[in-house]
Design a protein. Sequence first.
Length: 183
Amino acid sequence: MKVVGFVGSPREGGNTEILVEEMLKGASESGAETKIFNLNALKITPCQACERCKINGGECATDDDMQTLYKEIKESDAFILGAPIYMWQMSAQAKIFTDRLYAFFMTGFEEKYGKKDIALTFAQGNPDENAFTDYLNSVKDMYGLFGNVRDPLVAGGTHEPGEIKGNEAVMRRAREIGKDLVN
């Protein structure tokens, strides 16, 4: 069992990274091999809408660090995407990653690599965890194209790096989601 985590935050060691790490800890405690990638540290070009993936069986023509992430997703049983909410949406880093998953859409991905279990987590400054529910449900629906998606874990009111560690309920839920991805 392999679970891969993707951190879509420009802030190293921030709340998003902490949440993804906590989910991976839960997965690891349940016996999974885990890996984490910080999307901000990688060279990922936006989708060029060339449509080559549609004639190349889901193989993207853009040669950048996303090629490594495609391989990791294909070889995983589950993956996690964490992102902060900026301007009512996921961060640019998470959005570029998400857009590049278009290479897997309608190319037989599920038949070749199986349906993935997917967890989403979002950190946001707004203390109302339901403030962006419609948007986050849309993101969940889109990720449903690639697998079984859990309801997003939202950590509201997280402004300062690391302050999520003080929210025991969210940290406990993050670890439970990681375990659930394996079990």
